[in-house]
Design a protein around this ligand. Structure first.
Ligand SMILES: C[S@@+](CC[C@H](N)C(=O)[O-])C[C@H]1O[C@@H](n2cnc3c(N)ncnc32)[C@H](O)[C@@H]1O
Length: 277
């Protein structure tokens, strides 16, 4: 379960604002594996509502999609209506820290925006991150690829205009994001070799709705980013009041532009690609 977000509630609105990002980076990373992409079994670990599963199913042989939350999985399952996809996607409830798959049974694993939901904190040695990466290494065949889609600390600082409204929540989420150097050490310790790290400069996690500044006032829009759950009631109310005031003074658009100025150069998401030794 996420250590802070209630994905049972979020599942109802998650797809309103979330889109898959970095698909070209993921496709290129799949090609770095020892098996051709169209013959690969790809594990979508922490698949949520399956937005990456469905975006990539046509590039691989099969996707095994795993999530701990039944409601997120149920939304994902409900989207599988095409005969072509039927039988080529498996949905399983399970944890990334105890993957319900045999050793050396998949060719590639992707984890999109999942690791920071583990109940680890900066300073504790990231034991559950270690466990999850160990599980990825276990289920991968030698020469298989692991792709981790996450945000760096710099991206959290400069890549999301509305985080300016909730600075304490941003600090809280930063404590949940493993720094790259520590991630590299963990990858190495479980028998994975870092192959590269790429940034999606254009991808925006909430798609076009990210640019709809008024939408901050909408609960469903905020549910597109779990950071809002880390804001205290006071911080949230202060942010909503500020947005309403800026909107009333016709200053909202310029506020968004001011705090979105660095995003095109830092991006919102980074992709760490590692190969199983
Ligand atoms: C931000 S969502 C990302 C979902 C999907 N990968 C995407 O990018 O749209 C985080 C997902 O991680 C799942 N999750 C959190 N902890 C998990 C765990 N230990 N094992 C499996 N899934 C987990 C949540 O249920 C949620 O669906």
């Amino acid at each position: 379960m996420s250590s802070y977000e209630n994905y049972t509630q979020t599942s109802a609105v998650y797809d309103h604002t979330r889109v898959p990002v970095g698909l070209e980076i993921i496709s290129a990373a799949l090609s770095a594996g020892s098996t051709k992409p169209d013959r690969q079994i790809l594990l979508d670990a922490g698949c949520g509502t399956g937005i990456y599963t469905f975006a990539l199913i046509d590039q691989v042989h099969r996707v095994e999609a795993v999530d701990l939350n039944r409601s997120m999985l149920s939304v994902a399952r409900s989207k599988m209506d095409s005969t072509a996809e039927n039988g080529r996607i498996g949905f399983t409830q399970g944890s990334i820290t105890q993957l319900p798959f045999k050793t050396r049974s998949v060719d590639s694993v992707m984890m999109n925006q999942v690791l920071h939901h583990l109940p680890d904190q900066a300073g504790d040695g990231w034991p559950l991150h270690h466990q999850a990466l160990k599980e990825c290494a276990r289920v991968l065949r030698p020469g298989g690829v692991l792709i981790i889609n996450s945000c760096t600390h710099e991206q959290l600082e400069k890549g999301f205009w509305f985080y300016e409204l909730i600075p304490n929540a941003r600090t809280a989420v930063m404590r949940k994001i493993i720094p790259e150097k520590e991630l590299d050490t963990l990858l190495c310790s479980v028998g994975l070799t870092l192959n590269g790290r790429m940034v999606d400069f254009d991808g925006v996690l909430q798609g076009e709705s990210y640019f709809d500044a008024e939408a901050v006032l909408d609960y469903a829009w905020r549910k597109g980013d779990s950071i809002w759950t880390l804001a205290s009631d006071h911080e949230l109310q202060t942010a909503l009041t500020r947005i309403a005031e800026l909107s009333a003074r016709n200053k909202l658009q310029s506020f968004m532009q001011r705090y979105d100025v660095d995003r095109p150069t830092v991006g919102q998401t980074s992709f760490s690609v590692a190969i199983k030794n």
